[in-house]
Design a protein around this ligand. Structure first.
Ligand SMILES: Nc1ncnc2c1ncn2[C@@H]1O[C@H](COP(=O)(O)OP(=O)(O)OP(=O)(O)O)[C@@H](O)[C@H]1O
Ligand SMILES: [Mg+2]
Length: 483
């Protein structure tokens, strides 16, 4: 009951972990920081420039008044003109000056100054270290920059006057306020737009990955032909797609091989079982003599032997493929081993009119190998050679030590293998001429077993053949497991 009402939050919790979200968050944070740093630094540069231009103006004015007080202390008209007219000429950037004598009596003052400014806010000249201006708020809310300075009267100085000077910076403050407004507007817009744009760009960028996932999801063992599109993708993704396609090629090939293999197994098992069944049914159809029963049983036994050999070959191949299969290595004299195999097949070769010989150099060829497996591999090659060599031909078994390891060769002067069949002879159940081979009892697993024995030893089997002239199979393997 409770699970029925449980809200599934997984799509959202999943969202935080998506690549799109992480990239978008990265873009957005980086973009915001960049915009913030750029606009904030511009703001501070602008503010300090405005401040220094104001301070420069105040310093100029102070300089002019000081010069006049020093050079023409009695010329009050000129001072009036300088202070009052200059101020009246400025419509927005009003500036105010008050001149006090040593006893703090007002000598001169810009008209309207006391209405605009709280004059008591001016610092006394004794406490001033320099002409440095400070912000000051006016009576009507305007902002000013103001300073108090001293000026020597006459030359040589007779007395010291105090100059109080202030300039209206409301206009510049307004400019800065507008800048701050746009600064925050831009930042807000960026914090909304960056994630949106970033998300769109990221989604577009990773769309190929989603397409790949969709295609991959469609692929099943019965639908292995499907491939991922590689055109129109960025280079990295195109190469990922083609690597994926190559993997599918390999999988498809393996699947095909396995299904062919299973069909071949079924076929090869069915034939002897059908034979046994058919012969038994015929035999049981009516009464038979002991001799007839003996013949049927003999034939059934033959088929049963075939079946059990086929099954043990299949089992061997299956085990050889397992990564857990170990090779039981021991010191093996390859020359002796070839002689042993030769002796085993000598009689049947002689019956077929074939000469079987071994050729090993003076130096013994010794390797750390699995004796039983190598015997089986060489035995399979010799049995093939004997089976496919007409009377009068010969089969030579050769062993050599090479720098890279051991080489064993089985060469015959038999009927050979057509060039087009050569690449397939190591495949399971492959027979060049199935009808002919079937007659000689072959199931097409012999060379596949040889190849897997070589693989277990870290080696390789190769075949070369010329139709009508003969076949040579070469086994190459390292001298020991450590090599
Ligand atoms: N020395 C050879 N000369 C000519 N053809 C060969 C020779 N060795 C192998 N072949 C061909 O390659 C095929 C595959 O050989 P393989 O040993 O795998 O199977 P097989 O001999 O038919 O059966 P099995 O060895 O399982 O009894 C053979 O059927 C045969 O046609
Ligand atoms: Mg064979």
């Amino acid at each position: 009951m409770s699970s029925k009402w449980k809200i599934n939050l997984s799509p959202f919790s999943h969202f935080w972990r998506t690549l799109a979200f992480r990239l978008t968050a990265g873009y957005a944070v980086a973009g915001l920081l960049l915009v913030f740093a750029a606009t904030a630094s511009l703001y501070f540069v602008l503010r300090s420039e405005l401040e220094s231009s104001t301070d420069q103006f105040l310093a100029d004015k102070l300089h002019v008044i000081r010069t006049m007080l020093r050079d023409r202390p009695e010329d009050w008209d000129a001072l009036h003109e300088e202070i009052e007219l200059e101020s009246a000429a400025r419509k927005y950037e009003h500036f105010y000056v008050r001149l006090l004598d040593a006893r703090n009596q007002v000598l001169l003052m810009t008209p309207g100054m006391s209405e605009q400014l709280d004059l008591s806010k001016f610092a006394p000249p004794s406490r001033r270290q320099s002409d440095h201006a400070v912000p000051m708020k006016g009576k009507n809310g305007e902002m000013f920059r103001a300073t108090t300075a001293t000026a020597a009267v006459g030359s040589p100085p007779a007395t010291t006057d105090t100059i109080q000077i202030a300039i209206d910076i409301s206009q510049k403050e307004g400019l800065l306020a507008r800048y701050r407004f746009w600064f925050w507007t831009l930042l807000t817009a960026t914090s909304v737009l960056f994630p949106l744009i970033g998300y769109q760009v990221t989604r577009h960028g990773i769309r190929p990955v989603e397409e790949m996932a969709t295609t991959a999801r469609r692929i099943t063992s019965s639908n292995l032909r499907e491939r991922i599109r590689t055109e129109g993708y960025p280079y990295e993704l195109a190469s990922l797609a083609s690597t994926f396609n190559e993997m599918l090629d390999r999988l498809e090939e393996s699947f095909e091989r396995i299904s062919r293999f299973s069909a071949d197994i079924a076929h090869d098992l069915r034939t002897p079982v059908n034979n046994i069944r058919g012969e038994t049914e015929v035999a049981l159809a009516r009464g038979r003599s002991v001799e007839e029963y003996r013949e049927v049983l003999g034939s059934c036994l033959e088929e049963a032997v075939c079946l059990s050999e086929l099954i043990s070959d299949l089992l061997f191949l299956a085990r050889a493929e397992s990564p857990l299969t170990h090779v039981r290595r021991e010191r093996v004299d390859i020359g002796q081993l070839l002689n042993g195999v030769c002796e085993y097949y000598e009689a049947s070769a002689a019956d077929s009119g074939i000469v079987l010989t071994t050729s090993v150099g003076d130096k013994p060829v010794i390797g750390e190998l699995d004796r039983t497996l190598i015997q089986r591999a060489v035995g399979n090659l010799v049995s093939n050679a004997v089976a496919h060599t007409p009377a009068g031909g010969s089969v030579v078994l050769e062993a050599n030590a090479e720098t890279a390891g051991i080489r064993i060769e089985v060469a015959d002067t038999g009927i050979g293998i057509p060039a087009e069949a050569l690449p397939r002879v190591f495949d399971r159940f492959y027979r060049v001429d199935s009808s002919r081979s079937k007659a000689s009892g072959g199931s097409g697993l012999g060379l596949a077993i040889v190849q897997s024995i070589m693989a277990l030893h870290g080696g390789k089997a190769e075949i070369a053949s010329q139709p009508g002239k003969g076949t040579r199979v070469t086994l190459r393997m390292p001298i020991s497991g450590a090599a």
